[in-house]
Design a protein around this ligand. Structure first.
Ligand SMILES: [Ca+2]
Length: 165
């Protein structure tokens, strides 16, 4: 089982721009390789736009903010992805948890969970969302695949997709 990350940046401006201006110096803001949404200022593997969406500090080295796991329900085991979000989730960010049986470029990704701005999480296609108790201003989230592992399904891939304006 693997967990991967992909990022879609739809357009410039919005909350990311104002966040950016509070996190980076004027000189850093002028350099898209440091402060751009796809840049990784401190090289911790988390692009700035993901730091923004997950409520992380873009100049502080963070451990990988998502973990792959499994949950057992009855006789079946299901893969999960876990991460946490800020209790003050950005109003203009969208987080989407997706699953695929393949990493091929033509693979189809199925949406299991979506959070858009201040709206509640929405499950889809059988995804199961568990929100933990908020702690330290952060809310732990686990999303479980609806597809039991085993047999022909030896586990697929889950990813966290981030969309910021
Ligand atoms: Ca980073």
């Amino acid at each position: 089982m693997e967990t991967q990350l992909s990022l879609t940046v739809v357009s410039g401006g919005g909350g990311y721009s104002s966040w950016n201006s509070t996190k980076f110096s004027p000189a850093e803001q002028a350099d898209p390789n440091i402060s751009g949404p796809l840049a990784d200022a401190e090289k911790d593997g988390i692009p700035n736009a993901v730091e923004y969406a997950l409520g992380l500090e873009p100049k502080t080295n963070n451990p990988t903010p998502w973990q792959a796991g499994t949950q057992t329900v009855g006789p079946d085991r299901f893969q999960t992805i876990s991460f946490s979000i800020s209790a003050s989730f950005p109003a203009d960010a969208t987080l989407i948890v997706e699953e695929s049986s393949s990493l091929a470029p033509t693979a189809t990704w199925t949406t299991l969970a979506t959070k858009t701005g201040s709206a509640a999480w929405v499950a889809s296609n059988g995804g199961v969302i568990t929100e933990g108790m908020p702690s330290g201003g952060r809310i732990p989230i686990t999303v479980r695949s609806p597809n039991a592992m085993g047999g022909a399904n030896s586990g697929g891939f889950m990813r966290l997709r981030v969309v910021v304006p």
